[in-house]
Design a protein around this ligand. Structure first.
Ligand code: MN
Length: 129
């Protein structure tokens, strides 16, 4: 079981992600307001952060950078979820410090495989293509 923080402003996606993660034995916690995400992450001490990229207030990319700059959180793996993915997006997302990303609408199998890979520290993440 892993503690997984979800930062996502869309209620349907929150329900989908939480249901999927709980069904795989994990403990999800969701934050809808990105301005509260860093504080929530510090409190929750997640094993994995899953963040939407298209967020109001603080963008997913900025949030990833904030996690990477945080003394307590810098080692926590991050998976980004984005509705619009081009080759440039992948570079920006990985450059900000996320280990992997999945595109919306998500493939359930891909989502679960990425989560499993990121929670297995000795294994390389699933390839992005
Ligand atoms: Mn969004």
């Amino acid at each position: 079981m892993a503690r997984i923080l979800i930062v996502e402003d869309n209620a349907l996606n929150i329900k989908l992600f939480c249901d999927l993660l709980a069904a795989h034995g994990h403990e999800p916690q969701a934050v809808t307001d990105s301005r509260q995400a860093l504080e929530a992450a510090r409190d929750f001490s997640p094993d994995l952060v899953i963040t939407d990229i298209q967020l109001p207030h603080v963008s997913g990319l900025d949030l990833i950078r904030m996690v990477r700059d945080d003394d307590k959180l810098r080692e926590v793996p991050i998976m980004a979820v984005t509705a619009y993915a081009t080759a440039g997006d992948e570079e920006r997302i990985r450059g900000a410090g996320a280990e992997s990303y999945v595109t919306k609408p998500i493939s359930v199998a891909r989502f679960v495989a990425e989560v499993d890979a990121l929670l297995a520290p000795k294994k390389a993440p699933v390839e992005a293509h």
